[in-house]
Design a protein around this ligand. Sequence first.
Ligand code: GLP
Length: 244
Amino acid sequence: LMFEDSQAASRATAKEIAKLIKVKQSQRQPCVLGLATGSSPKGLYAELVRLHKEEGLSFKNVVTFNLDEYYPMEPDSVNSYVRFMKKLLFDKVDILPENCHIPDGALSKEDIADYCNRYESKIETVGGIDLQILGIGANGHIGFNESGSLQNSKTRLVALDHITRVAASKDFAGLSNTPRTAITLGVKKIMEAKRVILMAWGEGKSNIIHLSVEGQVTNQVPASFLQEHNNATFVLDREAASKL
Ligand code: GLP
């Protein structure tokens, strides 16, 4: 789905989410959103905040699960995804703090496997993800499921690709300060989401968007798995869509 620019695309996506939240409200059910970080969803979160402030959209029934977090990472550290989500969304709407879930980057190593299992169980307990927002890495990663991630992979600790660390290094003042690992929701839970929206902007994403949408389905490009999802949409601006 191509839009004139990222703002129009973010607005349309926010509208769809607002509608889903309201439908779930009327059914007295939680609306379970899978959320992403990175620069791509920033406009979406700004638009959701606007809908809350100007149109009274309530997030009281919204339950969120973020895709990933660097490891190790303290939640109050400048580059944590906890901090990112609070600043851009959670602190600006009426969502209940206990309904916001982000993988914990401050666990000790031996607790990670158990924690990841519990993270998936929590998603199942609330009925699965209704709508999953995704960005895409330069190598086609979704969440931090890097090239080579299997379609049935679970939530787990992963090693970050060099290309991913280079992209992140601008936030961490150099590659040597950039985390080498992260906790990510596995591909399986992403594929189980009832609806998936992948957002990508700019010329720089056009090659990987082409490979993901029109290339072979391969674990070398995890975003290509979405070709096999029955309700996934790539929301793109003109530049990101330019090689399709
Ligand atoms: C990070 C995130 C991914 C995100 C990617 C793309 O790697 N963990 O979930 O999709 O960045 O970031 P951007 O949207 O800034 O291009």
